[in-house]
Design a protein around this ligand. Structure first.
Ligand SMILES: [Zn+2]
Length: 451
């Protein structure tokens, strides 16, 4: 419990509920005023705890930045989070309305409960409790909460560059990743990168009668199928020459630790609903997801898709491809490598076009660095069990911006549980983890101050 300004006991959950009631959906312009109102609420909340806070406009949604009074000689910590949320659809699959938070079975249910309002607010309330108790923080602090994470942070890097000197920190901390199981503190030290593209093939100028013309021209759907089929060899490896050149091998200690984590093939299989797990030979399913690169077909289309037959040679075919990358693969280096492979597979009887759509570099922080160790100490003081060391298969491109603009590492101290349903109906955040996050922030700032 915390004291409010008028000395009354306040329940931190009341704050969380207020925060969650804003439908701050960044992807849908119908919610623009709600996104802005949420940023305003957050700015006021940060001011109330004694920080200097401001809402900065961007070409998109505002960025909220707060800081304490800086003193020389102290470490500077940047705590990053986002107040925007995913669209709540499909609404009919929610057991309670997504923007009317409720507690059931010790979990808060609402859109944004875990991703990321619950996690960032836990940090903010942790800061508040330290300030109330000690009158000061052990570090120079920047809290940066953006409103466009769920749409790829299109304006954040420019914002960081514009405010580079005011935002320069020694380390960044983010709670937007997972815990392997309830009560097990989890330090995520690696993330995969990503490279997305659409491959477009054009054959005849228009769909042709397959009786009159079939056999005399190349069918782009056939060519694209062959290309896609050649992306992998029989052992599940990506067959593009040069694709693995910069891949950093898994180390023995990682394989060892991961084999002891509470993940089983059976539970992974149940989560996926797939008949059987598969992938690159020689690696466990966790190793394949966390530390090995992939090539995936995300979408594939050509020709007639309606009911009944339609005998044509289609004019066009297209596939959406994404490559998840691992340290030290670089998407800009791989673009021409992949393009060359696609060109070589493509006969000159069709035209090939490649449209690049999204990319982000992979991330790896040394777990035994001074800040890495500080994060682990904070985690083990907050939760009673030993810290689990994981990587994750997803991508958080903002980490790269922190590295590029400020030259700093990012510490991931996840509070999301495996069944928290982020981005899905009935998103939830364990109340225990909300309070855990408040304690975690205190320990984190203390530990970083001691590095
Ligand atoms: Zn998200």
């Amino acid at each position: 419990m915390l004291l409010s300004a008028n000395g009354k006991l306040m329940n931190p959950l009341d704050d969380l509920f207020e925060f969650l009631r804003f439908p701050s959906v960044s992807a849908d312009s119908r919610f623009n005023s709600d996104v802005d109102a949420c940023a305003a609420w957050l700015t006021t909340r940060l001011q109330k705890i004694g920080l200097e806070a401001r809402k900065y406009p961007t070409p998109g949604h505002p960025v909220v930045v707060a800081r304490n009074e800086w003193q020389s000689g102290r470490k500077t910590v940047l705590i990053y989070g986002h107040y925007d949320v995913q669209p709540p659809d499909p609404l009919d699959l929610w057991d309670s309305p997504p923007f009317e938070p409720v507690v059931k079975a010790d979990k808060v249910f609402a859109r944004g409960a875990t991703d990321n309002k619950g996690q960032i607010l836990a940090h903010i309330l942790g800061i508040e409790s330290t300030l109330k108790e000690r009158g000061d923080l052990p570090v120079n602090l920047i809290v940066l909460v953006e409103g466009e994470e769920e749409i790829g942070s299109p304006n954040l890097e420019a914002f960081l560059k514009e405010h580079r000197s005011a935002l320069q920190a020694d380390v960044a901390a983010v709670s937007d990743t997972g815990m392997v199981a309830p009560g097990i503190p989890t330090f995520t030290y690696g993330l995969r990168g990503i490279l997305c593209m659409e491959v477009r093939l054009r054959g005849p100028a228009a769909d042709l009668h397959s009786g009159i013309f079939g056999g005399s021209v190349t069918n782009p759907a056939t060519v694209l199928s062959r290309i896609v089929a050649k992306l992998h060899d029989d052992s599940g490896r990506v067959a593009i020459p040069g694709f693995y050149d910069r891949v950093v091998s898994l180390e023995g200690w990682e394989r060892d630790l991961w084999s002891k984590l509470p993940f089983t093939e059976a539970s992974w299989l149940a989560t996926t609903g797939s008949p059987r797990l598969s992938g690159e030979h020689g690696y466990t399913f966790l190793e394949r997801v966390w530390a090995r690169p992939t090539a995936e077909v995300n979408g594939f289309g050509s020709g007639y898709q309606g009911e009944g037959p339609k005998t044509i040679v289609p004019s066009k075919a297209r596939a959406k491809l994404s490559f998840r990358l691992v340290p030290n693969q670089d998407p800009s280096e791989l673009r021409p490598v992949i393009a060359e492979f696609l060109k070589q597979q493509c006969p000159d009887s069709v035209e090939l076009e490649i449209v690049y759509q999204q990319e982000g570099r992979p991330y790896l922080v040394k777990p035994d660095s001074a800040f890495g160790k500080a994060a682990q100490k904070a985690l083990s003081k907050t939760f009673t069990q030993p810290v689990a060391f994981i990587r994750e298969g997803g991508s958080v491109p903002i980490t790269q911006s922190f590295k590029d603009v400020f030259g700093i590492d990012t510490l991931f101290l996840g509070l999301a549980l495996p069944d928290c349903k982020v981005h899905s109906p009935n998103e939830n955040f364990a109340v225990e983890n909300f309070y855990g996050g408040i304690r975690l922030n205190r320990h984190l700032l203390d530990q970083i101050a001691e590095t």
